[in-house]
Design a protein around this ligand. Structure first.
Ligand SMILES: [Zn+2]
Length: 332
């Protein structure tokens, strides 16, 4: 029996070591690598898009050696980019960037719902990118569908629901425009709406923004020219910073009618301390509710240990029966 216990411990050791190694590596990422300032990161993206539109891209850091280096040393992207899934907006290409340069979140209509905001919190919080770009694009099908009241099916309705406030805002600002002319305005309004949604629902992101560790800018990519029209920070960023709760999406992720978390709880990262050593999912210490849920889901609970002890006892009983009872039965 003791030898079996040692065998089990031995089998668990490599997993435990792997988890601790991942944890250690991720900590080194944040602590040891110097990051560009937000405006430097923005200049790098601007220069990259200028090279792309001029037809003189450098295709930097796109070879297998770079892949191996980033696999070995970790990722230190300089910007988080939330973009549309549209196949004509390949983010690394239009910014003439390479492997490990950009932490890209892509979703139809570049909306910011629970999963997108969780990903963004990972990019700006855990990976520490000093810049977040919300990148819309011309002729966006998702925005056009909402502006023209096109019929959508399946799981698309809840996705485009995120775009409706932007379409309404564009309609209100330009009541005389026909739908086709309203689309570019709605695309721009949708970029602002997305930044608003991120700030409203992510206290961790607001905290980085307020501290000057993060810059959030809007931009619209032109499908025809390949150029990025930089819109700058949200025109009403001061109001976004005054959101003082976790936002409706965070409440929903916590179980819908759960009481709002206490002020400051989410941004403190207090959940991530005790459990980090046993679970690499605990890395985002900036309060992503999804990350905390993942932690809880992957930690073995009382049920797991009950089953494990049960299996152990059954093993022991079976071994005892084979060793002692069976020979006695045969002798009898
Ligand atoms: Zn699109």
């Amino acid at each position: 029996m003791p030898s079996r216990i040692f065998a089990r411990i031995a089998r668990c050791l490599p997993v435990a070591c792997l988890v601790l190694t991942l944890h250690g590596t991720a900590q080194a990422d944040e602590a040891s690598v110097a990051r560009p300032m937000p405006d430097e990161a923005l200049r790098t993206l601007r220069d990259g898009n200028d090279r792309f539109t001029a037809g003189t891209p450098g295709h930097p850091r796109q070879d297998v050696a770079r892949a191996a280096a980033t696999a070995r040393d970790g990722q230190f992207p300089l910007a988080t980019v939330l973009s549309c899934s549209d196949s004509r907006v390949p983010v690394e290409i239009v910014f003439d960037a390479g492997i490990g340069d950009l932490f890209v979140v892509r979703v139809a209509g570049n909306v910011a719902d629970v999963d997108e905001i969780g990903s963004i919190e990972y990019g700006v919080g855990h990976l520490g990118t000093p810049l977040l770009v919300v990148l819309g694009h011309s002729k966006c099908g998702a925005v056009t569908a909402v502006v023209t009241d096109a019929e959508v099916h399946g799981l698309i309705p809840p996705l485009v629901e995120n775009i409706r406030p932007a379409a309404a805002a564009a309609r209100q600002a330009f009541p005389d425009l026909a739908a086709a002319d309203l689309v570019p305005e709605a695309i721009r309004a949708n970029v602002w709406q997305t930044i608003d949604d991120i700030c409203h629902n992510s206290p961790a992101t607001r905290e980085l923004l307020a501290a000057g560790k993060l810059m959030i800018v809007g931009a619209v990519y032109d499908l025809e020219t390949g150029s990025v029209n930089w819109l700058g920070p949200h025109p009403d960023q001061g109001r976004l910073l005054r959101y003082d709760d976790a936002g409706p999406l965070a409440y929903a992720a916590h179980g819908g009618d759960a009481a709002p978390p206490a002020a400051g709880e989410q941004a403190s990262g207090e959940h991530a301390t005790d459990e980090q050593a046993t679970d690499e999912h605990a890395e985002p210490a900036h309060g992503a509710p999804e990350a905390h849920a993942a932690q809880q889901g992957s930690n073995p609970g009382a049920g797991f240990w009950l089953v494990a002890v049960g299996i152990g006892l059954a093993n022991f009983g079976l071994g005892f029966a084979v060793k002692h009872l069976l020979p006695a039965f045969k002798r009898g």
